[in-house]
Ligand binder design. Structure first.
Ligand code: NOJ
Length: 502
């Protein structure tokens, strides 16, 4: 009996192994991503003004783990041709990068357009075109001009107009060369980490208040940029425009525990739904559970109105449907253990408003405290997005793994392999419509408050050398082979020696 069970188990394992999908569908595209402040440097060169990250790192250098900053970063302002050569070597279909608002509009407003900013991005776009690499361009990847922060930043409702003006300049100047746009990168990080906490610049830490003022402005600004593109530029430029929403996927620690299941759904609505629900559902507006929880908490705090203001009918309609694709940045999964207030939660705060306690005790680790390796969570997030948002067309606009900087980066390769395998599973088994994948990131770069202490790149960058030499890691070879064959590489050399076949 025991032996027949063993044989059955072996057959099951074997059939599962054989079933694993390795081949990507026709038309599936691959790229890598970077962001202006993380790579460009040249922070005050040729007319660029200070942004919130310049300001934070110059005035409070201790807020970055290794006291580095973006003053030079990877020096891509001067070395963009090297970036393009590396992209060409990898064989990517597209390159996702962001525009620096304060390089293009030094006052943040449209009264002054910096010719050098326009020149720089045109040079980069031309260099990409010469190698047949499609640009996927983010308008806002966290580097707000400090002059606009001085007026309140994303907590200021006027930012809707300023962002629309900036987007208008970018569509007009670069729209003939760019067919794919992203308005905002990771709105959650912008609103919660920068206005509700001090994890990101400008580190306002107005927990439970500033974060919700920010989301109100940001979603309206996104919608205005979308409509501007759709009505004024799309007819001649024929491009697409989307938003990239980030997730930590929340799962119940015990899937049999109904309360944990409900709370995990609440946490996902607070995290992903906060920005996805207003845009990607038929109903629009913030998720019901979010509206209800913040209202109840606010009442308990003796407030006459909820800290989370709801959109009126005009804005609900104006925001709904304003993304041609669902852009997803995904890295990790947390577990929900039960109801209550997370021990790290401030009062009031987004975290307290959720009302769930979570743990990161899941999966393997990385160099980033928040990044646990849980490929199955990615598959679950994608299935949930299909169900929750009317089966959208999805681009993975970021996914990646951090270490401390090694050329034989088996941990990164294994992460990519397993997360890409999860994508193949949901494409094939669940008909989730994932059209493309973006790895974070081309080269080690300024990882915000972690500085250069956490490295995500395919290329190692030596930041003690003024020439910022870049050296391909083993993961660069892995990604190159994957793209060339449109198939997960099976080669033993990509496995850690301990995991190789004997
Ligand atoms: C998300 C952000 O968009 C990017 O700027 C950051 O470096 C990576 N995740 C890794 O943390």
């Amino acid at each position: 009996m025991a032996s027949s069970i063993t044989i059955l188990a072996a057959i099951l394992v074997l059939s599962h192994t054989c079933q694993a999908y390795t081949k990507f569908p026709d038309g599936f595209t691959f790229g890598v991503a970077t962001a202006a402040h993380q790579i460009e440097g040249a922070w005050d060169v040729n007319g660029k003004s200070e942004n919130v990250w310049d300001h934070l790192t110059h005035t409070k250098p201790w807020m970055v783990a290794d006291f580095t900053n973006g003053d030079i970063a990877c020096d891509s302002y001067n070395r963009y041709q090297e970036d393009v050569d590396e992209l060409d070597y990898l064989g990517v279909d597209f390159y996702r990068f962001s525009l620096s608002w304060s390089r293009i509009l030094p006052t943040g407003r449209i009264d002054q357009i910096n010719p050098d900013g326009i020149r720089y991005y045109n040079d980069l776009l031309d260099a990409l075109a010469a190698k047949n690499i499609e640009p996927l361009v983010t308008l806002f990847h966290w580097d707000l001009p400090q002059s606009l922060q001085d007026l309140g930043g994303w907590a200021n409702p006027k930012m809707v107009d300023y962002f629309r003006g900036y987007a208008d300049v970018c569509f007009r100047e670069f729209g003939d060369k760019i067919k794919s746009w992203i308005t905002f990168n990771e709105p959650y990080e912008i609103c919660e980490d920068a206005y509700g906490d001090e994890k990101k610049a400008p580190a306002i830490d107005s927990h439970g208040v500033g974060n919700y003022l920010c989301s109100d402005t940001l979603l309206k600004a996104h919608a205005e940029a979308y409509h501007l593109y759709d009505e004024t530029y799309r007819p001649t430029q024929n491009g697409k425009i989307m938003i990239s929403i980030n997730s930590i996927w929340y799962e119940p620690k015990d899937p049999e525990n109904a309360q944990q299941v409900t709370l995990a759904e609440t946490a996902n609505q607070f995290k992903f739904g906060w920005f996805a629900h207003p845009i990607f559902t038929d109903k629009g507006g913030y998720p019901e559970v979010m509206v209800a929880n913040v209202a109840a908490q606010s009442e308990g705090e003796g407030l006459a109105r909820s800290r989370l203001e709801q959109f009126d009918d005009y804005w609900i309609e104006r925001i709904k449907g304003t993304s041609d694709f669902l852009g997803i940045n995904h890295y990790t999964t947390f577990l929900v253990t039960g109801p209550g207030v997370d021990p790290t939660a401030k009062s009031p705060s987004w975290l307290k408003d959720i009302g769930a306690v979570t743990t990161m005790e899941v999966g393997g680790d990385s160099a980033s405290e928040w990044l646990r390796v849980v490929p199955s969570g990615f598959a679950n997030l994608l299935r949930w997005c299909k169900k929750s948002y009317n089966d959208p067309l999805i681009y993975i606009t970021e996914n990646g793994f951090s270490d401390r900087g090694t050329l034989e980066d088996y941990g990164r390769i294994s992460y990519y392999n397993d997360y890409l395998s999860a994508i193949l599973d949901v494409i094939n088994d669940d008909d989730v419509k994932v059209l493309g994948y973006t790895a974070w990131t081309l080269m080690d770069n300024f990882e915000w408050r972690a500085g250069f202490s956490e490295r995500f790149g395919f290329y190692y960058v030596n930041i003690t050398d003024p020439a910022r030499p870049r050296t391909p890691k083993l993961s660069a070879e892995y990604y190159k082979q994957l793209i060339a064959n449109r198939e997960l590489p099976q080669d033993d050399k990509f496995k850690a020696p301990s995991a190789r076949r004997q």
